[in-house]
Design a binder for this molecule. Sequence first.
Ligand SMILES: Cc1cc2nc3c(=O)[nH]c(=O)nc-3n(C[C@H](O)[C@H](O)[C@H](O)COP(=O)(O)OP(=O)(O)OC[C@H]3O[C@@H](n4cnc5c(N)ncnc54)[C@H](O)[C@@H]3O)c2cc1C
Length: 451
Amino acid sequence: MNVTTDLSGVMASGMCIGCGACEMADGSVRVALNPRNLIYEPQSAGSQAAADVCPAVAVDYAGLQEYLFPGAEQGPYGVVRSVHLAQSTDLDRNMKASSGGLIKEVLRSLLSSGDIDGVIALDHVEGIEFAARLVTDPDDVDNLPGSIYHNLSQVPALRLLRDTPGRLAVVAIPCQLEGLYSWVRRFAPELRERITVTIGLLCGWQYSHHSINAMGEYLGYDPADITDISYRGGGPVGKLTVRTDDGREYSASRRVDFGYQVAFDRHFNTTRCHVCVNHGNFLADLVVGDAWLPSTVFTRTGISLVVCRTELAEQVMSRLVASGSCIATQVSDEEIRESQTDRVVFGEFAYAYAEHLRRLGGHVPELHGPNEGHGTLKPRRQVARFHRELVRKQALMANRRYGYMKLRKATLELRGYVMRYVRWFLVRILRVKSLSGKRREIPRERLSRFR
Ligand SMILES: Cc1cc2nc3c(=O)[nH]c(=O)nc-3n(C[C@H](O)[C@H](O)[C@H](O)COP(=O)(O)OP(=O)(O)OC[C@H]3O[C@@H](n4cnc5c(N)ncnc54)[C@H](O)[C@@H]3O)c2cc1C
């Protein structure tokens, strides 16, 4: 177990996620962008108070789940009451959204019904800067962006929560909620009752700003000229779109553009994503992600996978279906696993990689989720190779050698790159798991109403 008295280990290891809990717990700490690794992190080591709430030091998953869902059974997917596939019936909303447009429908319903007074959710500020703001009008919800994949400071969300009276919904990625609730439970327990509901995103990873810079080199824009950026929308996968101040627009398919595969490969993730075990957002009441399933591969507009952890979450889902805002079908917990893969859901890589880093010495967050022990840990050789590659690529990024990284992907890394597509084709299109009897697909007629 770490004996951590401040954030010096977090800073040295580059494990910060930008949640901002340290800044709230210790007034001497400021979270800002590090010009070398291009992630947000504390500018000073702060005190024990900052370390106590930092998710890059430790997260008490069992304690926080009990705090949030008292008495509920905690399984490998966290606390689960029901799982659904769902899609907004509003074509425009669905097309603009990242997956099924569920989050916007949920927020509109919560605000119109008077369940809540406001929503704290991420919005665009300028350039590549995004920050949480308060939304109180249901018609304003559609102005919120889709998924933003680059690393951000989430401090504004915490400040809004502290300063806004009333009943609130908070939209957040998993590590953001880890920081938020660690801080609330420890230092601001009076805020707990303001949070009526949390809408969590499933989250595989986020990226340092090196991804945006590398794409600038490949597509021909200057990152300093960016006025807006979006990653999704216009279909189930969507494309990266960057607008610059001369009115030009640059875009790249997220599935097939080679430059995108280089700049958004996992070595560009914030370092803590590699040891994260909470992709399923264990602390959110209602969790929304993409339904990446063989049975939903036909969708032209995107379908969401929704996990309800509380009664209110289930009530909201029923209300959306009853009012005709959404269509939904209940599925088994197994679909979480299939959609996200065992590697992610059970932390097969993350637990093995954290162990490898511990053996090497240095700071490693203590993350032991309800999924620990449910998967097959990746072999030591594999995580050691990944680590060597990560260290090498982080040095290349720090020296802005993005052109060389592209060349590397096309030569040294070509085999792994091609295998990813082969795996996708075998599992999602040819459905090899169903053909070999390893899994049962959702019957087609249950999805016939989905676009
Ligand atoms: C960094 C990141 C990684 C993700 N990884 C996965 C994954 O691996 N697998 C998967 O199934 N799904 C993942 N998702 C979730 C997925 O991309 C969709 O956000 C989700 O399915 C909801 O889609 P929607 O159509 O309902 O929401 P949208 O209508 O697209 O709404 C998105 C909402 O999320 C908020 N938001 C966007 N970005 C952020 C952010 N960075 N931090 C906090 N709030 C934000 C916006 O304010 C908006 O309210 C990820 C999302 C993010 C932000």
